[in-house]
Design a protein around this ligand. Structure first.
Ligand SMILES: Nc1ncnc2c1ncn2[C@@H]1O[C@H](COP(=O)(O)OP(=O)(O)O)[C@@H](O)[C@H]1O
Ligand SMILES: [Mg+2]
Length: 267
């Protein structure tokens, strides 16, 4: 399959009182349609910076991004974003929060069709019984389920997730990983997800991109994840291959994050 997303020589330079700070430099990555890619790296290396440029929420200083054959210029509903906190409108129900975007994107569809889209995704994320509750009546995990439903309901070309489960407790986090995987299995949306959790990265993704430490961070290494889908967490945890993947990623984070591989530079 051909490349669907291409980040070429992507660079971000922030102006600071001490002069320009090169945070990300010549970040090169190609993603195929329907691929789920995880992005890991140390705190502050520039993961969110890369993601926010993809989302069109942060100006690009150099290089560029091509999505589905067109160079990106600004934000748009063709990219669904899920952040740590879903920022729902508190006076609207879960259903109404999802409908906000659905009404805008599918304005040519009938009212009934639009309602069905919102209901479908809210049901898939497990909120079938809570769609008419307001955010204050929902737990943090349930609110993030709404955030996931909202992003998928727009049928974007690409899904961007920035540590979406970062604020959840360990159990809820595992529950939500399962939910995300379930919706993703039905849609196979092209996805890039920032996480600092190597288990999460392995469980969810087709490839894990390891980012070097900043300044001037880039792609250090890429690990393909060999497990077939649908995946079963318990089975994964029993396979030796799982621990080899895990070891590879942890070793990168512990020892090699400062080095950039030749491959990444040459690409
Ligand atoms: N608006 C900004 N101005 C200057 N520096 C920034 C700005 N935003 C982020 N940075 C710096 O860029 C670096 C990368 O940040 P970020 O992309 O948020 O890292 P990560 O998501 O990997 O933790 C950090 O050192 C941060 O301080
Ligand atoms: Mg971040």
């Amino acid at each position: 399959m051909s490349d669907y997303v291409e980040l070429f020589d992507l660079t971000k330079i922030y102006p600071t009182p001490k002069g320009p700070a090169v945070i990300v430099q010549d970040f090169n990555l190609r993603i195929k349609k329907g691929e789920f890619v995880a992005l890991i790296g140390h705190s502050g290396c520039g993961k969110s910076t890369v993601l926010s440029m993809l989302a069109g929420l942060n100006d690009i200083s150099g290089g560029g991004i091509i999505l589905a054959g067109r160079e990106l210029d600004g934000a748009g509903p063709d990219r669904g974003v899920v952040f740590q906190s879903p920022s729902l409108l508190p006076w609207l129900t879960a259903f109404e929060n999802v409908m906000l975007g659905v009404d805008q994107v599918f304005f040519t569809a009938s009212k009934i069709e639009r309602r069905q889209i919102a209901e479908y995704y809210l049901t898939v994320v497990g909120l079938g019984n809570a769609i008419h509750k307001r955010p204050a009546e929902l737990s943090q995990g349930m609110r993030q389920r709404v955030g996931i439903a909202r992003a998928f309901a727009l049928s974007p070309k690409m899904l961007l997730l920035d540590e979406p489960f970062g604020m959840l407790d360990a159990l809820t986090r595992i529950e939500l990983q399962q939910v995300l995987l379930e919706v993703w299995n039905r849609t196979k949306l092209t996805a890039l997800m920032v996480t600092h959790d190597v288990d999460e990265a392995i469980f969810l993704s087709d490839r894990v991109v390891m980012m070097t430490n900043g300044p001037a961070a880039g792609v250090g290494d890429i690990l393909p994840i060999p497990f077939p889908r649908p995946r079963d967490r318990a089975a994964l945890l029993e396979s030796a291959e799982y621990y080899r993947c895990r070891e590879y990623l942890v070793t990168f984070l512990e020892e090699r994050a400062h080095r950039r591989c030749q491959q990444a530079k040459a690409a």
